[in-house]
Design a protein around this ligand. Structure first.
Ligand code: PHE
Length: 486
């Protein structure tokens, strides 16, 4: 309707000089007219030019007075001809009306304020302010002096009105031709494709945002780690058992049963099923022996080893539990191996910006004859350089199952400091020999979390922003497809 009105009007007239007036004449809302003008202008059917007009509109306060009358008149009318006490008058009126009303009425010399008594000085008043406000509301002209006064009282405010003047455009037609967007089977059958006018391609149109799946940063870094291990000739260990027995998680690793990590404050134990059903009995005997009295050149821990403690099921606290199973299996028919795993581990820990109760560990180990600490350092250099961390430092550390043990630090160019990135060591004979591995076989191993390097690589400083129920899905969608450099 609006479109017909505009195009039809321009067929007989030079221009629509004011879209506002035009809308009023045609009884169409100005918003609708404006929308149609914009569309016609876009297709060059018309040439539209902006018109901006400033006019006055009522403020909230002005609007109130246009309805209920100005404060001074409200005040005046509240004063009976015989006068009233100040307190009485105050009670009858809204505090702001009273205050403003007094000021204005005194200024207008309408009332007299005695010490306690308020009385009228004139018999009758007109509400000019209200009349002016109503005129402005109706778009009627008001003289400059009055406008000024109302403006100073903040009862009116300039409103910017926007509209258009419109002329025929280069592609003007009294009716907009419907252009076809698709060539259909029907068009071909009917043969009307010959007459059809097709819509031009808009090469500047923005594409639809893609709603494809996105990879989580942890998955991307995991893939990178996997590729490094595979390039270095490592095989992946099966890590599909989150539930593990204390035996494989701790005892097989020569971790004494009184060790604080085995406390329920640090480890999640299972209620159901609370114990494991099967352990290799002869090996269990050898583990018991090495804990209690040593052997293989060791003195052991000298305590009474309890089977019940080893039977307890838990959520594995490290993937080294998987390594111990793999090494035991390997010991039954030894061949040199390089193994890795990347999977989830669980610790009963207070969650904070660097700790989660559930996270991922990366673990690598090499089993061969004649391995030394030098081999371990060399492999770590190789492994971490491939991740872009080539400046490494090692610090002596302690693990129940490795000797020597080393913490691994890497110099972070962005943070300009050394950050701890992992832990490593050579598995102890007390762990390897009871498994049945040949005497001259050494195992060098290292472990790190997947979260730590991911946080460094993606500049995330709170682990809860990376993993867990508080992760912002937007972060996963927004992070770039590939990272360049560190
Ligand atoms: N299991 C150790 C940890 O949880 C990491 C590690 C793996 C240390 C292998 C030495 C050798 O931190």
């Amino acid at each position: 309707m609006a479109e017909e009105a505009i195009l039809g009007y321009l067929e007989k007239n030079e221009e629509i000089s004011d879209s506002g007036k035009f809308a009023e004449e045609k009884g169409i809302s100005h918003d609708e007219i404006v929308n149609v003008i914009k569309s016609l202008n876009g297709f060059r059917l018309v040439d539209a030019e902006d018109i901006k007009r400033e006019r006055w509109g009522l403020t909230k306060e002005g609007d109130k007075y246009a309805g209920a009358g100005s404060p001074e008149v409200q005040l005046f009318l509240a004063i009976p001809p015989e006068g009233i006490t100040r307190e009485e008058l105050q009670k009858k009126l809204d505090p702001s009306i009273f205050k403003i009303g007094c000021q204005q009425a005194i200024k207008n010399k309408w009332i007299e304020m005695g010490k306690s008594q308020v009385s009228r000085k004139v018999q009758h008043v007109d509400d000019r302010v209200r009349d002016l406000l109503m005129q402005i509301q109706n778009g009627e002209a008001v003289n400059a002096e009055d406008v000024d006064a109302l403006k100073r009282r903040k009862l009116i405010t300039p409103l910017i009105w926007k509209g258009y003047s419109v002329k025929k455009g280069p592609k003007y037609a009294p009716k907009r031709k419907k252009v076809a967007t698709d060539l259909t089977r029907e068009n071909l059958l009917r043969g009307d494709w010959r007459e059809l006018e097709f819509k031009e391609y808009n090469f500047l149109a923005k594409g639809q945002p893609t709603e494809g799946g996105c990879l989580h940063p942890l998955l991307k870094v995991r893939r990178q780690m996997q590729m490094i291990f595979l390039q270095m000739g490592f095989e992946e260990m099966p890590t599909n058992n989150f539930v593990e027995s204390s035996f494989w998680n701790f005892d097989a690793l020569f971790q004494p049963q009184q060790h604080p990590a085995r406390d329920s404050h640090d480890t999640f134990f299972l209620k159901e099923p609370s114990t494991t059903k099967m352990l290799p009995e002869d090996y269990v005997e050898r583990v018991k022996g090495v804990h209690e009295s040593g052997g293989y050149g060791s003195r052991g821990y000298g305590y009474e080893w309890k089977r019940e403690e080893a039977n307890k099921n838990l959520l594995r606290t490290h993937t080294t539990a998987v390594s111990s199973r793999m090494l035991y299996a390997l010991a039954q028919d030894f061949a040199p191996k390089k193994y890795y795993s990347i999977d989830r581990v669980f610790r009963n820990e207070a969650v904070d910006r660097t700790h989660l109760a559930e996270f991922h560990q990366i673990e690598g180990l090499i089993c061969d004859r004649g391995l030394t600490l030098g081999h371990l350092i060399g492999v770590l250099q190789d492994f971490f350089s491939r991740l872009g961390m080539s400046k490494l430092k090692f610090k002596p550390a302690y693990n129940p199952y490795t000797e020597p043990s080393m913490e691994i630090f890497s110099y972070h160019e962005g943070l300009e400091k050394w950050v701890e990135i992992g832990n490593s060591g050579m598995f102890r004979p007390e762990m390897l020999l009871p498994m049945g591995l040949p005497q001259d076989v050494q195992v060098i191993a290292w472990g790190l979390s997947l979260e730590r390097p991911t946080m460094i690589l993606y500049g995330i400083d709170n682990i809860r922003d990376l993993f867990g129920h508080k992760v912002d899905l937007g972060l996963i969608k927004r992070n770039p497809l590939c990272r360049i450099g560190l």
